[in-house]
Design a protein around this ligand. Structure first.
Ligand code: CTP
Ligand code: MG
Length: 180
Protein backbone atom coordinates (compact mmCIF):
# COMPACT_ATOMS: atom_id res chain seq x y z
CA UNK A 1 0.00 0.00 0.00
CA UNK A 2 1.32 3.39 -1.06
CA UNK A 3 0.49 5.27 2.14
CA UNK A 4 2.26 2.62 4.18
CA UNK A 5 5.37 2.77 2.00
CA UNK A 6 5.51 6.57 2.28
CA UNK A 7 4.97 6.35 6.05
CA UNK A 8 7.86 3.88 6.42
CA UNK A 9 10.04 6.06 4.15
CA UNK A 10 9.39 9.22 6.21
CA UNK A 11 9.79 7.45 9.56
CA UNK A 12 13.05 5.82 8.50
CA UNK A 13 14.54 9.00 7.06
CA UNK A 14 13.54 11.33 9.91
CA UNK A 15 16.98 10.85 11.60
CA UNK A 16 18.48 12.03 8.28
CA UNK A 17 16.05 14.92 7.78
CA UNK A 18 16.52 16.58 11.18
CA UNK A 19 20.33 17.12 11.07
CA UNK A 20 20.20 19.84 8.38
CA UNK A 21 17.58 21.79 10.31
CA UNK A 22 19.47 21.39 13.59
CA UNK A 23 22.65 22.61 11.87
CA UNK A 24 20.82 25.75 10.72
CA UNK A 25 19.53 26.36 14.27
CA UNK A 26 22.71 25.57 16.20
CA UNK A 27 25.44 26.10 13.60
CA UNK A 28 28.09 28.80 13.59
CA UNK A 29 31.59 29.22 14.96
CA UNK A 30 34.78 27.96 13.34
CA UNK A 31 34.32 26.55 9.81
CA UNK A 32 35.46 22.97 9.15
CA UNK A 33 37.85 24.07 6.41
CA UNK A 34 39.47 26.52 8.83
CA UNK A 35 39.17 29.24 6.19
CA UNK A 36 41.50 27.40 3.84
CA UNK A 37 41.24 27.93 0.12
CA UNK A 38 42.18 25.92 -2.94
CA UNK A 39 42.84 27.70 -6.21
CA UNK A 40 41.51 30.94 -4.73
CA UNK A 41 38.15 29.59 -3.51
CA UNK A 42 37.20 28.21 -0.12
CA UNK A 43 37.26 24.44 0.24
CA UNK A 44 33.88 24.26 2.02
CA UNK A 45 33.05 27.81 3.10
CA UNK A 46 31.71 29.40 6.28
CA UNK A 47 28.38 27.54 5.99
CA UNK A 48 29.92 24.23 7.15
CA UNK A 49 30.93 24.46 10.81
CA UNK A 50 32.08 21.98 13.45
CA UNK A 51 29.28 23.04 15.78
CA UNK A 52 26.58 22.69 13.12
CA UNK A 53 27.87 19.26 12.11
CA UNK A 54 28.05 18.00 15.70
CA UNK A 55 24.64 19.45 16.60
CA UNK A 56 23.07 18.00 13.45
CA UNK A 57 24.52 14.55 14.03
CA UNK A 58 23.50 14.46 17.69
CA UNK A 59 20.01 15.73 16.86
CA UNK A 60 19.56 13.02 14.23
CA UNK A 61 20.68 10.30 16.65
CA UNK A 62 18.39 11.69 19.36
CA UNK A 63 15.45 11.59 16.92
CA UNK A 64 16.19 7.95 16.07
CA UNK A 65 16.27 7.00 19.77
CA UNK A 66 13.06 8.96 20.33
CA UNK A 67 11.36 7.12 17.47
CA UNK A 68 12.52 3.82 18.97
CA UNK A 69 10.87 4.79 22.25
CA UNK A 70 7.49 5.49 20.63
CA UNK A 71 7.64 2.75 17.99
CA UNK A 72 5.31 0.34 19.85
CA UNK A 73 2.43 2.78 20.47
CA UNK A 74 2.69 4.37 16.99
CA UNK A 75 2.79 1.00 15.24
CA UNK A 76 -0.19 -0.15 17.32
CA UNK A 77 -2.18 3.01 16.57
CA UNK A 78 -1.48 3.04 12.82
CA UNK A 79 -1.22 -0.68 12.18
CA UNK A 80 1.98 -0.01 10.23
CA UNK A 81 5.11 -2.04 10.92
CA UNK A 82 7.70 0.70 11.48
CA UNK A 83 11.44 0.00 11.80
CA UNK A 84 13.45 0.57 14.95
CA UNK A 85 16.96 2.01 14.66
CA UNK A 86 20.03 0.13 15.95
CA UNK A 87 22.58 2.70 17.19
CA UNK A 88 24.85 2.16 14.17
CA UNK A 89 21.96 2.79 11.79
CA UNK A 90 21.05 5.96 13.69
CA UNK A 91 24.64 7.20 13.50
CA UNK A 92 24.85 6.35 9.79
CA UNK A 93 21.65 8.19 8.91
CA UNK A 94 22.44 11.27 11.00
CA UNK A 95 26.13 11.63 10.24
CA UNK A 96 25.58 10.56 6.61
CA UNK A 97 23.16 13.45 6.17
CA UNK A 98 25.77 15.92 7.44
CA UNK A 99 28.47 14.31 5.32
CA UNK A 100 26.36 14.53 2.17
CA UNK A 101 25.68 18.20 2.83
CA UNK A 102 29.42 18.83 3.37
CA UNK A 103 30.36 16.97 0.16
CA UNK A 104 27.76 19.01 -1.72
CA UNK A 105 29.43 22.21 -0.49
CA UNK A 106 32.77 20.85 -1.67
CA UNK A 107 31.27 20.24 -5.13
CA UNK A 108 29.60 23.68 -5.11
CA UNK A 109 32.86 25.49 -4.25
CA UNK A 110 34.84 23.50 -6.87
CA UNK A 111 32.23 24.41 -9.48
CA UNK A 112 32.53 28.10 -8.63
CA UNK A 113 29.29 28.48 -6.66
CA UNK A 114 29.47 30.93 -3.77
CA UNK A 115 28.20 30.07 -0.29
CA UNK A 116 24.42 29.93 -0.37
CA UNK A 117 24.23 29.45 -4.15
CA UNK A 118 21.67 26.86 -5.20
CA UNK A 119 22.46 23.65 -7.01
CA UNK A 120 19.07 22.15 -7.91
CA UNK A 121 18.99 18.42 -7.35
CA UNK A 122 22.17 18.30 -5.32
CA UNK A 123 20.70 20.53 -2.58
CA UNK A 124 17.63 18.30 -2.21
CA UNK A 125 19.22 14.87 -2.44
CA UNK A 126 22.85 15.11 -1.27
CA UNK A 127 22.01 14.11 2.31
CA UNK A 128 19.66 11.31 1.21
CA UNK A 129 22.25 9.61 -0.99
CA UNK A 130 25.00 9.89 1.62
CA UNK A 131 22.87 8.72 4.56
CA UNK A 132 21.57 5.72 2.57
CA UNK A 133 25.09 4.77 1.46
CA UNK A 134 26.46 5.08 5.00
CA UNK A 135 23.55 3.04 6.38
CA UNK A 136 24.25 0.24 3.89
CA UNK A 137 27.93 0.46 4.83
CA UNK A 138 27.61 0.55 8.66
CA UNK A 139 24.39 -1.47 9.12
CA UNK A 140 24.08 -3.62 5.98
CA UNK A 141 21.60 -6.20 7.28
CA UNK A 142 19.31 -3.55 8.75
CA UNK A 143 19.54 -1.32 5.67
CA UNK A 144 18.75 -4.06 3.19
CA UNK A 145 15.74 -5.15 5.25
CA UNK A 146 14.34 -1.61 5.59
CA UNK A 147 15.31 0.06 2.33
CA UNK A 148 13.37 -2.01 -0.17
CA UNK A 149 13.12 -0.65 -3.72
CA UNK A 150 9.63 0.86 -3.19
CA UNK A 151 10.82 2.57 0.02
CA UNK A 152 13.89 3.99 -1.73
CA UNK A 153 11.70 5.27 -4.59
CA UNK A 154 9.34 6.92 -2.09
CA UNK A 155 12.32 8.56 -0.35
CA UNK A 156 13.70 9.93 -3.64
CA UNK A 157 10.32 11.38 -4.63
CA UNK A 158 9.11 12.70 -1.26
CA UNK A 159 12.39 14.11 0.12
CA UNK A 160 12.86 16.98 -2.39
CA UNK A 161 9.27 18.14 -1.78
CA UNK A 162 9.72 18.00 1.99
CA UNK A 163 13.12 19.72 1.75
CA UNK A 164 11.72 22.62 -0.27
CA UNK A 165 8.78 23.06 2.12
CA UNK A 166 10.87 23.03 5.34
CA UNK A 167 13.55 25.30 3.87
CA UNK A 168 10.84 27.65 2.60
CA UNK A 169 9.43 27.83 6.14
CA UNK A 170 12.92 28.36 7.64
CA UNK A 171 13.45 31.20 5.12
CA UNK A 172 10.12 32.85 5.94
CA UNK A 173 10.96 32.61 9.66
CA UNK A 174 14.27 34.35 8.96
CA UNK A 175 16.30 31.33 10.06
CA UNK A 176 17.83 30.75 6.64
CA UNK A 177 19.13 33.21 4.05
CA UNK A 178 17.86 31.31 1.02
CA UNK A 179 14.63 29.37 0.54
CA UNK A 180 16.44 26.24 -0.73
N1 CTP B 1 25.42 24.78 9.04
C1 CTP B 1 26.54 24.52 9.84
N2 CTP B 1 27.25 23.35 9.70
C2 CTP B 1 26.88 22.43 8.77
C3 CTP B 1 25.76 22.68 7.94
C4 CTP B 1 25.05 23.86 8.10
O1 CTP B 1 26.89 25.33 10.70
N3 CTP B 1 27.60 21.28 8.66
C5 CTP B 1 24.65 26.03 9.24
C6 CTP B 1 25.42 27.25 8.69
O2 CTP B 1 25.14 28.33 9.53
C7 CTP B 1 24.80 27.42 7.31
C8 CTP B 1 23.34 27.05 7.56
O3 CTP B 1 23.41 26.01 8.54
O4 CTP B 1 24.92 28.73 6.81
C9 CTP B 1 22.61 26.60 6.31
O5 CTP B 1 23.17 25.43 5.78
P1 CTP B 1 23.44 25.27 4.23
O6 CTP B 1 22.30 25.80 3.43
O7 CTP B 1 23.82 23.86 4.01
O8 CTP B 1 24.74 26.17 4.01
P2 CTP B 1 25.02 27.47 3.14
O9 CTP B 1 25.33 28.60 4.06
O10 CTP B 1 23.92 27.66 2.16
O11 CTP B 1 26.36 27.11 2.39
P3 CTP B 1 26.59 26.13 1.14
O12 CTP B 1 26.51 26.96 -0.09
O13 CTP B 1 27.96 25.61 1.37
O14 CTP B 1 25.55 25.07 1.20
MG1 MG C 1 22.41 26.53 1.39
Amino acid sequence: MLAEIVAVALWTMLPAYIPNNAAVLFGGGPPIDGGRTYGGTRILGDGKTWRGTAAGTLAGIAVALGLNAVNGPVAAATGIDLPTFPLLAAVALAFGAMLGDILASLIKRRSGRARGASFPGLDQLDFVVASLLLAFLLAPAWASAVFTLPVILAIVVVTPVLHLVTNGIAYLLGLKNEPY
